[in-house]
Design a binder for this molecule. Sequence first.
Ligand SMILES: CC(C)(COP(=O)(O)OP(=O)(O)OC[C@H]1O[C@@H](n2cnc3c(N)ncnc32)[C@H](O)[C@@H]1OP(=O)(O)O)[C@@H](O)C(=O)NCCC(=O)NCCS
Length: 416
Amino acid sequence: MDLEILNPLPESEIGDWSRALAMTLLFDSGENDLAPLEERWRSRWTPERAYAVRDRGRVVATLLTDARTMTVPGPGGGTVALPVDALTGVSVAATHHRRGLLTRMLTSSLAAAKDRGDPCSVLVAAEWPIYGRFGYGPAVRYADYVYRPRGRGAHVAACGRGTVRQVEPAELLEVAPALFERARRRRAGQISRTDAWWGGFLGVTMARIGPRKHWLLREGADGPDGLLGWRTTRDFELDGAYASIEVESFVAAGGDAERDHWNYHPERAVIEEVHLGMRSVDEPARFLMADGRALRQTFTGDFAWVRLLDVPAALSARGWAGSDRLVLEVVDDHPGAPAAGRFALDATPDGAACTPTTASADLTLSVRALGAVYLGGHSLAVVAAGGEVDEHTAGAVRRLDALLATALAPWCQTGF
Ligand SMILES: CC(C)(COP(=O)(O)OP(=O)(O)OC[C@H]1O[C@@H](n2cnc3c(N)ncnc32)[C@H](O)[C@@H]1OP(=O)(O)O)[C@@H](O)C(=O)NCCC(=O)NCCS
């Protein structure tokens, strides 16, 4: 007999729910205090958006979404914030895999998001093969870097127009949410952070998870515009071994703040390596250095995945790099096919209209392919290698790529 999908899920279920999730995703070594994790789930819990499955009393499957906004390319090279359904907390215990539990929870959750009017759903995938079948495409990539600031030509001079000082988390909490809000508008793909998120991340209103960090705050003429969180990963020794640090948080609302934080004031003299995770794939910092090779990209991977639910809403919210008109046939093979249809896209640099049409299509593409290119992170010509793009009018792929183009790669520096 089919197990019952429980939704809505009251707050009283959070304890069992978060312990089940921690066990399946292997956060629960038996030594960790799970209370801080539970507190975080509580801060983003909406019963209507929470799902679970119980078998003989035990929670064996979990899923949660919350309301966020994501920046998407806007008119004139800027960005606009689009409401999105952020999917998280997905787990199915190994004892219950391949029995359709994820499919049933996610189908119901996507239908609810569509009914609410969310233009798209976003997630960070634990593994690449899981979410394509549900219509998600990999839209935002990230990169890890190692910077060797002591090398010849590696130094980045401070811009000289602001101050950088060490601050404690409680002071940072006062300014960080507004600062990040400014910073995230510089690129498409950035997910909003709630005040509760910041309180937990900084360890002020909730216990911090993970090692303690040192914080730097940069202030310019318009107030706080940069922050940096770092910790030492290898100590400085007098035998010639220089230190390594890890930068876990690097937020800059403008070019001056970026430059001043690459300056790594004041500890730079004894640092051999700076490890930076989850940065953009097209990090501009190397152009601040006489020797751009002082910054080495060590890894790239997929991060945020996008699943379009309302194609006209998503495409008309986005800015475009030129003017053109194309008819797109979007194929959605998921139950309920929330994104399927044929749409006329009338794009201009100042905005777009996207409406259902019966005119013949210039292009047929899967909802996955459209999700992968929506933020400008991949070209359709590349995504077409997956076999889910059919060109009916010669040159239509190139024309859509020209419209989708953005100057900067999308980036999401927030796990969710
Ligand atoms: C990924 C996971 C949630 C899938 O749950 P599930 O209930 O077993 O999935 P379903 O039974 O609904 O499977 C749906 C389909 O997806 C496929 N699938 C499921 N997990 C997959 C995976 N990891 N890789 C490839 N395909 C997968 C199934 O084979 C099935 O396809 P089929 O019907 O053609 O056989 C579960 O394996 C899990 O909890 N894994 C560990 C945690 C995790 O990765 N969470 C994601 C965090 S974002």
